[in-house]
Design a protein around this ligand. Structure first.
Ligand code: ASP
Length: 328
């Protein structure tokens, strides 16, 4: 055996051992609790979706899947936590459309908002609703339009920070009406909803997964849903088009991510568990009750998620650049 072969052989053996160890740990995955970061406060719409999905995924994985709320900075703090976490399948993220807008909206981030992640699968698309505090002096969308045009910055619009779904919807609302309101950022729209119900802020545009129960309980005023047709969960709520803002349509999606470098076998295993979760009739019923539904099974895969996400980043980039709205 030459000296070179003697030096190379142990290195090759170590590499092979490493590969075996990786696939062995991928085969056994998971052997302990899996953590999913939600980049917004507990009790909000992303948190609600994530908790329902995590519980079902945990059944299929045979391990507990816990939620960790890391809210703040429009969902970038939580995303960063996962991007720099160990890529071993135990550190995941459930985020929304912000994954498509943050790469353009934020000029400085301490993580790579595109290459820092392995997409695992899409989860759901959620309509938004325009809602106001109970005693806002506007009985319908037309009256709301008149009110915000008259009061401008005298009206407070809650959101979950730059890049959050509520921020995007609020931006579109203001630009459609050519008004500027006073925005009030929260760590998530869960706490923002508390203030809306309490009457401290005036308005919010948020996902049905947060607003449906409040609308039904009549603790807030509901003006419109941002889908082309009405929702079966809220049949009395008109669409924005019906109520006087034609073409005002926004919907938000959620997806599951692992840090870049997570072994492909583990990403595939997680995606399978996500698909099983989304097929659960109890989860589908709960989603429907909250005005949404699970995506079709073929969209809950890494490849479909990656393709959709990349196209969505490209769709939002010119919109954000044209609006000139950036965060540092
Ligand atoms: N989904 C909300 C938003 O982006 C935040 C949250 O889930 O709390 O506005």
């Amino acid at each position: 055996m030459s000296r070179l072969t003697r030096r190379i052989l142990p290195a090759l053996a170590a590499l092979a051992l490493g590969a075996t160890a990786t696939s062995a740990s991928a085969q056994n995955f998971p052997t302990r609790t899996v953590t999913v970061v939600v980049p917004f406060a507990a009790g909000g719409p992303t948190d609600t979706v994530a908790r329902l999905v995590a519980e079902q995924m945990g059944r299929d994985l045979g391990q507990t899947v816990v939620i960790e709320n890391v809210g703040g900075a429009g969902g970038t703090l939580g995303a960063q936590r996962t991007a720099v976490a160990r890529p071993d399948g135990y550190n995941l993220l459930i985020h929304h459309i912000g994954m498509s807008t943050i790469p353009t909206l934020y000029r400085r981030l301490a993580y790579d908002p595109i290459n820092g992640f392995e997409p695992v699968g899409l989860i759901t698309e959620v309509p938004m609703t325009i809602i106001g505090k109970r005693n806002l002096p506007a009985n319908n969308l037309q009256e709301l339009v008149t009110l915000v045009r008259r009061e401008g910055q005298g009206i407070n619009l809650a959101n979950a920070g730059v890049g959050a779904a509520s921020h995007l919807c609020g931006l579109l609302f203001q630009s459609a009406l050519n008004v500027q309101l006073t925005t009030v950022p929260y760590r998530g729209t869960g706490p923002a909803m508390n203030d809306l119900v309490g009457g401290t802020v005036d308005l919010m545009c948020d996902q049905t997964t947060n607003t449906t129960e409040q609308i039904r309980a009549n603790t807030v005023r509901a003006y419109a849903v941002t889908t082309p047709t009405r929702l079966s969960a809220l049949p009395d709520l008109p669409t924005a088009s019906e109520a006087g803002m034609p073409g005002f349509e926004v919907s938000i999606w959620h997806g599951l991510y692992a840090p870049r470098g997570t072994p492909a076998e583990i990403v595939t295993r997680l995606s399978r568990a996500l698909q099983v979760a989304l097929r659960d009739p109890g989860l589908a019923r709960r989603f429907q009750d909250l005005g949404t539904e699970p995506v079709a099974q073929e969209r809950a895969t890494p490849a479909a998620h990656r393709a959709f996400w990349q196209a969505d980043i490209a769709r939002w980039r010119p919109v954000i650049q044209a609006a000139g709205q950036f965060a540092d």
